[in-house]
Each structure stands twice: as C-alpha cells, then as structure tokens.
Design a binder for this molecule. Sequence first.
Ligand code: HEM
Length: 166
Amino acid sequence: MQKPIDLTNRLALLRIQEDTKGSVEIFRPYLWEHLPLVIDRFYRHLMSFPEGRQIIGGEHHLPRLKDAQEKHWKRLFSCEFDHAYAESAMTIGRAHLRAGVAPYLYIAGYSFFTCELVRIASDAFSGDLQLTSILTSIQKVISLDMDLALSVYTRELWRAKLAGGH
Ligand code: HEM
C-alpha cells in the first residue's frame, strides 16, 4: 500500500495560497473562453509528430480526448485542491503511463498549455498590475497538476521495485 499524496505539503511547496486562487479567479473567464481553441491547437501540434499520432491512434479518438482535456483543465482551474481532485489528476497520470506517454511528451504537453495560457493572460491583462500575479499563479497551478500526474510514474516504478523485492 502506497502512502497517499500529502496535498497540504504539495500546495505549500508550490506556494499555492489563497492569493493564488484569487488571481486564477480573475483569469478564469478568459480561460473558459479560449480553452476549446487551445485544446484544438494542442492536438494539431501533437498529431504533427509521429509519436503523438502513434499514441493517439487515429483522429476518431480526438473528440473524446478533447472533451476529457477540457473537463480536466476546468477542474484544475476551479482551484478546488481537495482529495478528489488529487485522485483524479493521479488517475489521469496512470492512464498516460498505460498509454505509453513518455515524460518528455507529457512535459511538452504541459509546456504547450502553459505558453498558451501565458499568452492569453498577457493579451488580456497587458499593462494591468495584476498581470504578474496571474502569470505566476498559472505557473503554480499547472505545476501542481504536472507534479501529481508525473509522480504516478515514479510511484509505479517504486511499487514495482518493492514488489520485486529489490
Ligand atoms: C497537458 C498534458 C495532458 C493533459 C492535461 C492530458 C489530459 C488527458 C485526460 C484528462 C485524459 C482522459 C483520462 C481518463 O479517461 O482517465 C487523457 C487521455 C489520454 N491522453 Fe492525455 N493529456 C495530456 C497530454 C497527453 C500527451 C502529450 C499525449 C501523447 C500522445 C496524451 C495521450 C493521451 C491518450 C492516449 C489518452 C487515452 C488514455 C486511455 O484511454 O486510457 N495526452 N489525457
């Protein structure tokens, strides 16, 4: 049995606090508006690489994947960082491990979204004093999700090692 993730500790490490949630709240309407297009662009980018096409396994999977992505980003940016969110992020990490998404691809995906969100926020809040806190909050929140998803990879590795008696 693995130790559950200590979410309070993760939030403290990433310096996610009430003011972070406040900054995300200001950005949220812009994200909601642009998210479908960002997701479209993400899959177009991914499908332009052989490893992306191979793992996705055909255009007919895209509607379901796009829908799952949208739900997930909306959940993350709702900033309800409770046990249910952490479980969902880790379940998604497990699905990617099973699907053979290597960390370099997964990280490229998170980077794609981070860059797009930074662009949207910078356009919307250009010259606004709140811009810096919005950008740092986006970075923190995405880092939490990436941490939870990718930690699954190392946790599975450690579990396999323990089961093997090494
Ligand atoms: C920004 C990073 C990413 C996020 C937030 C994300 C999000 C998601 C979500 C929410 C699901 C649904 C999981 C479920 O049904 O439990 C999913 C499934 C999937 N994703 Fe991603 N994804 C990301 C990057 C990638 C990348 C880079 C690939 C590479 C090809 C990929 C390939 C897949 C595949 C193949 C599935 C289906 C897994 C299954 O059916 O078990 N994803 N993704």
